[in-house]
Design a protein around this ligand. Sequence first.
Ligand SMILES: [Zn+2]
Length: 233
Amino acid sequence: MPGRAPYLWPDLDARTRPGRGRPRVGHHEAMTEFDRLARQVYVGARDGVLDPEAAFDLACFLMDGGPPSDAVRQLAEQSVAGTDPAMLADLAGQVLEEVRFEPDFEVEPRLLEVFQRALEAVRADMRATGLDDPDRVNLRLDDSYLRHNFAHFRGYFRFTRGIAPGEGPERVTALVAVADDVQDAVMGVLKMAWPVCPAHRFGGHAREHDGRAVWWCKGGGGHVIALIGHWGR
Ligand SMILES: [Zn+2]
């Protein structure tokens, strides 16, 4: 989007270099600190109980890395002034948007429910295509990386990108993301294309088409094989 340069990430890198006023911290530590602050501010702003101190810490963290945006500077000022909780929450929201913060499943468990429902739909497609143990695919929180869930298959997991919580709010997007991830896991384990278009024998891929989540085949000029969750129906 215009005017939303992702200025944070280069700054985070800068923080991990020595000689910048703070002890050298690893990138991982900087991300962990950022995550902790951003999550605290996100939950506080969402629930109307934003702690000005947390908002201030987040603003300082961001200012520490380089020239702040207007929103970051105002967030710092307002958190010190402490006179207008609504404005503070609004500024916090602007800052979180600027840094492209995405709530994870821990702070927004409802997102996980959307994914669980999507997974049920993809399981139906696995059963319909004759995969023997679809129930062993499950969404699992990876403790080392709480931002993402991964589909697991037969105790293995293989994935290209995982499923980010930000992909969750819309059912169609969640279906496509989960189907894509399950497909990666299944193909990685079984070493074969899945699912396969019955007409053309090409492997299908999950995508959005006309506002619906579908398995798409490139054969015959491209066509919908089935709605995700409705294979063979
Ligand atoms: Zn086809």
